[in-house]
Design a protein around this ligand. Structure first.
Ligand SMILES: Nc1nc2c(ncn2[C@@H]2O[C@H](COP(=O)(O)OP(=O)(O)OP(=O)(O)O)[C@@H](O)[C@H]2O)c(=O)[nH]1
Ligand SMILES: [Mg+2]
Length: 320
């Protein structure tokens, strides 16, 4: 099961403490070094969508503390930085203010999230003309601490959207390197999947039903994944005896989540076209053309139709 939201606490390392020390000779004076800086915490975007699963058990992550200063004016070692790998498409949200701090939109992106604290001064730093033998030092400083919500939204060129059982995952499997479970019952797919076709990312989004935007079925959790999809591939099964109703149900739920999403380029895929005769397909295409400019019949058992779909994937560019 793909985790697409996690609450975490990220911390930079604490700075090392300064130290109080004096040379061995009688008049050699203070020589306590400064503490090392605490490690910084970075996040890095990768293509692995399952990475939020790492937070199902552990939720607090902290970069290494700096080491204390040493004798002979030697500074403590800096703490090691901590790099946390996250899926690209992750939004970093401040838990207190609900504000989006950052969005990881590019694979390989690296962003500093928590700075490590500075090291404290050793007594050598405190010497002056009036205080030649200070017997005190400074503690290290705390690193940044942030309570965050990490929320993944799939970034894809195309999103396969539609009622449960409309053939979305089957198409993803045929067109890409994905191996997603498919079956003849609704809600086979419980979390979104990504695949690559002709160098474009395709997302398979779990089935939407009436009331999805209010939490029915699996919809409410997954409607957000449509937000960062370039083009919507709206799958409608040829078998259905009420295509327009099927279309409207899904569009209504999408619009309830966000009206902006309705502006995205949409192509209707009339799926499972092998199950009905050609005349019916033609009639169905006519009906659906009242809803979208482009309607394409496809079947996973019809090689030619899949080639046409691939061609469309290569040529279609998102308008919004
Ligand atoms: N005859 C025929 N059957 C198909 C075709 N595409 C999918 N199916 C079947 O339709 C059923 C549903 O397919 P899925 O790909 O699991 O549908 P889905 O839209 O991903 O369903 P959910 O994950 O539940 O939303 C499966 O039994 C598939 O084998 C097709 O082109 N022709
Ligand atoms: Mg599926």
């Amino acid at each position: 099961m793909l985790l697409d939201t996690a609450e975490v606490v990220f911390k930079g390392g604490r700075g090392g403490s300064g130290v109080t020390s004096f040379g061995k000779q009688v008049h050699s004076g203070p020589d306590g070094g400064n503490g090392g800086k605490g490690g910084d915490l970075y996040i890095i975007a990768t293509s692995d969508l399952t990475l939020l699963n790492q937070f199902s058990r552990k939720t607090v992550f902290e970069a290494e503390d700096g080491k204390p200063g040493r004798k002979k004016k030697m500074n403590g070692l800096n703490g090691k930085d901590l790099e946390i790998f996250l899926p690209f498409g992750t939004s970093i949200i401040d838990k207190q203010t609900d504000e989006i701090i950052y969005e990881l939109d590019q694979i390989g992106e690296r962003k500093l999230i928590c700075m490590g604290g500075s090291g404290g001064k050793g007594n050598w730093e405190y010497r002056s003309s009036t205080k030649q033998a200070p017997k005190y030092h400074q503690s290290g400083f705390e690193g940044d601490k942030r309570e965050l919500i990490l929320s993944l939204k799939l970034i894809a060129d195309f999103g396969l959207v539609g009622l449960p059982n409309s053939g979305k995952s089957s198409l993803l499997n045929e067109l890409t390197n994905a191996h997603v479970k498919t079956a003849s019952y609704p809600f086979t797919t419980l979390s979104p999947n990504l695949g690559v076709c002709e160098k474009k990312f395709l997302a398979d989004i779990p089935g939407l039903i009436e009331g999805a935007s209010k939490g029915k079925g699996l919809g409410i959790r997954f409607l957000k994944h449509i937000e960062k999809v370039g083009v919507i591939l709206h799958c409608i099964s040829s078998e259905s005896s009420h295509l327009i109703k099927d279309y409207n149900v899904v569009r209504l739920e999408i619009s309830k989540h966000s009206k902006e999403l309705l502006k995205k380029t949409e192509v209707i895929l009339l799926t499972k076209s092998d199950l009905v005769d050609k005349n019916k397909i033609e009639k169905n295409i006519k009906k659906l053309k009242t809803k979208a400019k482009k309607v394409l019949p496809v079947s996973i058992y019809d090689w030619e139709s899949l080639e046409k779909l691939k061609d469309l994937i290569v040529k279609t560019v998102k308008l919004k």
